[in-house]
Design a protein around this ligand. Structure first.
Ligand code: TXA
Ligand code: MG
Length: 319
């Protein structure tokens, strides 16, 4: 299990059971985990991230059976979980009346977002604690999500009790979030499972969420995932004073700073590199006195939908 030993997991589990905060690797991004049944522990997550209280948190579980203890998992939700768990799909379902989860995790909504992470360290911690783990991405609210333990150390270092290192995240963008209602599946946030994969597996077209779903995901706030410099999208080359983030053959090696998300134009590789490249370029831009990261166009297919979603939010005017 990557670099963590059983002893590290035991210590981390004891910290979680005492209400502590532990940063954990998942296959998508690193999460800031706490016992989802402990109000004070969940409150500490919001405090550490500087997150607005109205944003609900994803609860991580081992499997469908554990999910069904906290939320009403109708047949369609079960079918999705059966197919995609463990994996990068978060399912939003009605909260059970007898749910033991802290009310803070759902931030006043009558639904819960649940997922089973596909990562040995996260699963080991779930087993060792026996608790559902509330875990948003382990970054200061609004910033770039962490895909290595080092990223977490830089943004939240002093604010967590422990960081479990599981190496770089394989997928690199957050989970896809869907809400299931009767026989509809609403796409709340594109992510690590593509729209096409879900539609192919389940045989139902993903629908646009009704207006009432809008404020529910900060991943949905216009400005999010933002580095400190500005972002300009869909460009073929950098202008004076800009760095260039290329994709495939669209690259600008004459820029003072250039990186490529995937030289071969592979969207999976691009997703895995996205946040790490943004962080590294952000820091270098500041050093070199560059004001903007300019990004090449990314095809809106497969994981490209999630990559474009994150880039658009990173580029949006900051509030
Ligand atoms: O891949 C991921 O999803 C990562 C890893 C750590 O699992 N987590 C993550 O969490 O991205 P966070 O908190 O950064 O984003 C969770 C999103 C938020 O946009 C939140 O509003 C939405 O999930 N969410 C959580 N519960 C919800 C609910 N009941 N209804 C609608 N959206 C919900
Ligand atoms: Mg986040």
């Amino acid at each position: 299990m990557s670099t963590q030993t059983e002893r590290d997991i035991e210590i981390a589990a004891a910290e979680i059971l005492q209400g502590g905060l532990v940063a954990i690797p998942t296959e998508t991004v690193y999460g800031l985990a706490a016992d989802a049944t402990n109000n004070e522990a969940v409150a500490r997550i919001f405090e550490a991230k500087g997150r607005p209280q109205f944003n609900p948190l994803i609860v991580h579980v081992r499997d469908i059976e554990m999910a069904a203890r906290y939320a009403e998992f109708a047949p369609l939700a079960c079918k999705l979980a059966d197919h995609f768990w463990p994996g990068p799909l978060t399912i939003v379902a009605p909260r059970r009346a007898d749910s033991a989860l802290s009310l803070l995790v759902s931030a006043g909504l009558d639904t819960i977002g649940l997922r089973a992470p596909n990562h040995a360290v996260a699963q080991a911690l779930l087993r060792a604690t026996g608790r559902p783990l509330a875990a948003p991405s382990a970054n200061i609210s609004g910033g770039v999500s962490p895909t290595t333990a080092d990223h977490v150390l830089h943004s939240l270092g002093g604010r967590v009790d422990r960081i479990l290192d599981g190496g770089p995240c394989q997928i690199g963008v957050e989970s896809t979030i869907v809400r299931v209602h009767e026989d509809h599946i609403f796409l709340l946030r594109p992510g690590g499972v593509s729209r096409a994969e879900i539609e192919r597996a389940i045989g139902i077209k993903l629908a646009k969420p009704p207006q009432t779903d809008k404020p529910q995901a900060p991943g949905m706030l216009a400005s999010h995932y933002a580095p400190s410099v500005s972002i300009r999208l869909n460009a073929k080359q950098a202008e004076e004073g800009e760095a260039f983030l290329g994709f495939g053959e669209i690259d600008d090696l004459s820029a003072p700073l250039a990186k490529n998300l995937s030289q071969t134009g592979d969207l999976r590789e691009a997703a895995a590199n996205l946040f790490a490249h943004l962080r590294a370029m952000d820091a270098e831009c500041v050093q070199l006195g560059l004001s903007t990261i300019t990004a090449a166009p990314i095809p809106e297919e497969g994981l490209g939908e999630a990559i474009n979603d994150r880039l658009r939010r990173a580029a949006a005017p900051r509030v």
